[in-house]
Design a protein around this ligand. Sequence first.
Ligand SMILES: O=C(O)CCC(=O)C(=O)O
Length: 260
Amino acid sequence: MTNKLAIIQMDIAFGNPETNRKRATEKIKEAAANGSEFILLPELWTTGYDLSRFDEIAEDMTGPTHRLLLDLAREHKITIAGSIAEKDGGNFYNTFIAYDKDGELLIKYRKVHLFRLMNEEKFLESGNTKGNFKLGSFPVAGVICYDIRFPEWMRTHMLDGSRGLFVVAEWPKPRVNHWRNLLISRAIENQCFVIACNRVGSDPGNEFGGHSIVVDPWGNVVSEGGFEEEIVYAEVDFTAVESIRQQIPIFQDRRPDLYE
Ligand SMILES: O=C(O)CCC(=O)C(=O)O
C-alpha cells in the first residue's frame, strides 16, 4: 500500500504569518489536486525565525493556523504537518503538528534540541516528549531540524516501532551537505523512510538550502528538491520496512546491555 506524499519546499516571509498562510494554502491546494494524501510544510513556516517577535506572532493551539490546517485537511481529505510557533501561557515553543483528513490533531511535538547558532535557546523552551504518531495504521515520528544531529533521539522513536521519520527544517545553505548526509544516514541506520522538508530563500541572518528529500529504508533517494521553491512529490510504501529489517536484523542484533 503506497502513500502519496507532497513536500512543500517554500520560501517564508519573515515574521508575516498572514502572507505565509496564503502562500501555503495555494500550494496545499495544488498538492491535493495532484492526488497527495500527506503534505509536509517546513519548520516555523508561518513566522520564520523572527524569534524576538514571538509574543506577537506565535499562537496557541486554537489559533488561526490551526483552524486553517484543520479546514484544509477536512476539505481535501489530506493529512497536513509542519512546525509553527506555539505560545503557551508565557512560554514559546517550536512545535510540530499534524492534522489528519478528519481534522484530528495527530501529534504535538515540541522541538527537544534547541539550536544555539540561531539563538533558539534565548527565546524558546524545549520540549520533553517524543514525536511518535500514527499515519493510518503505520507508526511514524515527527522531529525538527537540529534534532537530526542526535541519532540516539531518532533511535528512541524507532525502538517504539516507527517506520517513517518526518523532518521539518530551516537548514542553512552552507551546510546542505550535512543535511543530506545526516538524513540518508538516519534512513540507513534505522531502516526507515525519511521524509524531510527544508525551506528555501533567506531571512536577515541566513540563506536556506532546500533539498527537501525522501529517502527509502535502503538509503536510496526517492525524490529530491533543488535550491528553489517547488513541491517535491513521492510515493512511499511503509510495508517495505519490514523486509529490510528482516534481511539485516539490526534491531534484533543490538546490544543494549553494552550501550543503553
Ligand atoms: O544543525 C544545523 O546545522 C541546522 C539546524 C537548524 O538550523 C535548526 O535547528 O533550526
